[in-house]
Ligand binder design. Sequence first.
Ligand SMILES: *Cc1c(COP(=O)(O)O)cnc(C)c1O
Length: 396
Amino acid sequence: MKFDPAAKLQQSINLSAYDGVNPAISDSATFAFSRAELMSDTFEGKTEGCFLYSRHWNPTNQVLSSCLAAMEGTEAGWVTGSGMAAITSAILQICNSGDHIISSITTYGGTYAFLKNWLPKYKIETTFVDITDLKAVEQAIQPNTRMIFTETLTNPLLQVSDISELTKISKKNGLKLVVDNTFTPMIFSPHLLGADVVVYSLTKFINGKNDCVAGAICSSDEFLDSLIDVHSGTAMLLGPVLDTMRSSSIRKNLFTLHIRMKKHSENAMYLAKKMKEKGLKVKYPGLPDHPQHKTFKKMMNKDYGFGGILTLDMETTENAGKLMTAMQDDGVGYLAVSLGYFKTLFSNSGTSTSSEVPIETQKEMGLSPGLVRMSIGLDQDIELTWNKIKNCLNKS
Ligand SMILES: *Cc1c(COP(=O)(O)O)cnc(C)c1O
């Protein structure tokens, strides 16, 4: 039987534990202990299920985290105040000063900047590679390499990482494989393909409402325990905890994710095909001519499609700008960064979410200055949307 993340998520709810259909929101920073010994035992990590202080654990975040763990097929999860908090905490928990990281060169701009500009302060160096070139990945391994970092579907070039193959390389060399699955929740289950740690920006598809910033780390119990260890855990000590009000609200949105992912994928596929027919430079992993279409199909869970993100290469920043302005004026969506919203969002990657990447590197990795990344919304009448886009293309 194939793994179905939505079914697993739904099976993870245990109603009898709650008074209402949604669990009560924990409104406390600290928690009382019945006996003094219980408090000291908790500090020593000897107690199970005791809440100590909300930065460490709280009932609301624990509920959301266990939902995410069920969906990912991991033993554990921990939610954070942003996607960057999840990424940086996971990396800093794994790597020590003097370690080396191999990363996909196409990643979220913030991740790239963290690896490239921030980590060297602590003598952690990163080699950036084309993650679809497995030979290049192997060749980049050094004696001090600790981890491979990638995104299942990379931002903004939409390359597909072969998680099973990267797992083989990382296992053979004693490395940790950390995967950012933000673009493709439910579509891919990176842990079940072998990844050690899966990170998310919940801000995007998972929450889907653009009303908050949040993140998550899904992993083994052992990794999670180390992450929130009172004495040495990165998440516990850097403190990127998610507020419980937000946590509760994200959990409610999580239970419609499967329906939304299907619709995002259906609409993106429709537009990608139309753009292709029109001879436009469109990239979408659901199109058979996408270089990693087969890899995507090999790894995907059934039913959720090829995702909601496509890119359209308008060749110059000016053309991209004209198209995006016209599309916003005509109600196709919003000229805004971020993705996974119910309305279509578009931005010019090179001058926005990848602007942390130097122009020379952008060229090297094949990022066109005119690349428009589109996160396709939940439009009911996608044919009408296509007609609007065609009009905008004629104008620009
Ligand atoms: C947005 C994004 C992040 C960062 O998440 P925040 O919630 O904004 O901190 C990381 N990775 C990817 C792929 C993203 O799209």
